[in-house]
Ligand binder design. Sequence first.
Ligand code: BJW
Ligand code: ZN
Length: 245
Amino acid sequence: MQQLILDSNTWLLVLTGAGVSAESGVPTFRGMDGLWENHPVEDVASPQGFVKDPLLVWRFYSQRRAAAASVQPNPGHAALAAWERHLGDRFLLATQNVDGLHRRAGSERVVEMHGTLFKTRCSKCQRAPFEDTTVYPAGTVPGCRECGGILRPHIVWFGEYLDPADMKKIESFAYRGSTSGGRFVFLAAGTSGVVYPAAGIVDRVREAGGETWLVNLDPAENSGRFEYNVTGKSGEVLPKLAKLM
Ligand code: BJW
Ligand code: ZN
């Protein structure tokens, strides 16, 4: 297997997707044929889907909240936390995952690009998103105690903008990495490369002269745009991939 050298000269931006949590028992999206109980993921994960059937959407997210709380981080999550301890501020983890497993494995410099299962916000008022581990019983939609509006998961759905502050953190890290005079590396793991803007980070990094790695079980939509492709399970590959120097 190729080795990824992580020395005092290296800046590393990591992007993770659902495949990284697969070995913990969290189902991937497109691995389920893009369907959840015969609903395309775009239906349960879009503002239009929520307006049409908030009961269905809350059932989907309550089940996923319960499932994520009941599983454990795997060796892939642990490897990324160890790389961060080694690199410190020269490391940033951008995750599309909403399951909280990276933080539970010890990662601290984490940008949760698509939100988190463990926060809720109001669909009507400007009340700040709040911590919420409640698994709402099927057939209920929680209401806002401040305005009476309908609460919604703090998740970035299709057609919604990612938090500009999160994008800024990723961009400014990439800028610092690529202008540091050192080596700037981007590694994506466990992601099908279908959903933007995450799937386009590889192109930005290449434009900035960075080195690009993909660790994935199956070919991703954007595999051809990475310099190094490592095929395998992230829980097996990541713990062996890096040489910390
Ligand atoms: C393993 C493994 C193991 C298995 N080890 N690997 C440019 C072009 C075209 C469209 C767009 C564009 N820019 C924006 C858009 C629109 C849209 C989009 O990208 N659509 C595409 C589908 C075409 N993007 C958006 O709407 C985003 N918003 C946005 O861009 O706003 C501005 C804008 C709006 C409108 C128009 C244009 C611009 C928001 C995207 C939000 C995505 N949200 C979701 C659901 C919410 C989170 C949740 O509920 O969990 O996020 S969708 C779903 O896909 C989820 C995931 O985070 C995301 C990515 O999936 P991921 O992680 O890659 O999982 P899978 O299942 O697809 O793949 C798993 C991979 O792992 C596989 O390859 C396996 O082989 C592998 N694997 N086991 C290693 N053990
Ligand atoms: Zn409200």
